[in-house]
Design a protein around this ligand. Structure first.
Ligand code: ATR
Length: 271
């Protein structure tokens, strides 16, 4: 029987995950079906229960349910624990394991697809919510010279930096405390782009030859991609590559085979 997978979120109609996993399945000859599930804001857990009762084998979890999926899972990977958020559920009978593939998705896109040299780089990470928590440890594992978490609400950035201090050279501050500082890579993990806004940054905080990366993806250049281009970023990347790479890691966890992401990224880019 065809194994059932889905992505659950709210809203969900624009999710590209079915297209991505469909392409992975064709490429690797895996017999799976992958659909979109509109999760109920009140009854997310019941929706997951039902999916499991219907024989579902795995779920991708997106906004706004990643923290609830974290609480739902019976067991958790270390990276899900680090992020306190789950974007991938693996279902084995009535046991549910939670993982988080967002961090590895960003790292693979930056370093494998685009050859950005994180080691020794000065990195600015914008935001202090779930999206940022998910990528902190893998970014620090890549040994940047410094990693500054800057958030509109400074307190949250300070708390996150304090909680991660043992992992590497990380500090936290408010967006309004960046004057005079320069970075080789600025990663936007805020929700500002959802309303076409850009976090309020000093104009000169991108070093010459620096890159920008928006974790968000949209069919048009995002507001932060435009921000990077206007400041002559060597590369102003959006989150399409990260989206496909995190999906590939979920697919590998579910099916035990790693798909080739390059043709899938290229097809989505040209669509
Ligand atoms: P997610 O789980 O997607 O990261 P979240 O936990 O709600 O979502 O976090 C949203 C992040 O985007 C926060 O860091 C938020 O800043 P505050 O902590 O100050 O709320 C940030 N954010 C949202 N809108 C923003 C804006 N217009 N400018 C700057 N930061 C913004």
């Amino acid at each position: 029987m065809t194994d059932q997978y889905a992505v659950i979120g709210n809203p969900i109609e624009h999710s590209k995950s079915p297209q991505i996993h469909g392409a992975f399945a064709r490429q690797t000859g895996q017999d799976i079906a992958y659909s979109r599930l509109l999760g109920d804001l009140e009854e997310f857990e019941d929706d997951v229960d039902q999916f499991i009762a219907g024989g579902g084998r795995g779920l991708n979890v997106t906004v706004p349910f990643k923290e609830r999926a974290f609480r739902y899972a019976h067991t958790l990977s270390e990276r899900a624990r680090d992020a306190a958020a789950v974007n991938t559920l693996l279902i084995d009978g009535d046991r549910v394991h939670g993982d988080n593939t967002d961090g590895v998705g960003l790292l693979r896109d930056l370093t494998c697809n685009h050859q950005f040299a994180l080691r020794g780089a000065r990195v600015l990470l914008l935001g202090a919510g779930g999206a940022v928590r998910g990528v902190l440890r893998p970014l620090l594992d890549a040994e940047p010279q410094t990693l500054v978490i800057a958030n509109r609400t400074a307190q949250k950035a300070l708390a996150l930096a304090a909680a991660t201090a043992a992992l590497g050279p990380v500090t936290g501050c408010g967006l309004d405390e960046l004057a005079g500082r320069q970075f080789d890579l600025i990663v936007n993990g805020t929700a500002a782009g959802l309303s076409a806004k850009v976090p309020a940054l000093p104009d000169d905080c991108l070093a010459e030859g620096g890159w920008t990366y928006d974790m968000l993806y949209a069919s048009e250049p995002t507001a932060f991609v435009e921000w990077g281009r206007a400041r002559r970023a060597a590369r102003a990347l959006d989150g399409l590559g990260m989206l496909v790479e995190q999906a590939a890691e979920s697919f590998r966890l579910w099916r035990g085979v790693m798909p080739d992401t390059a043709p899938v990224i290229a097809a989505l880019r040209s669509a």
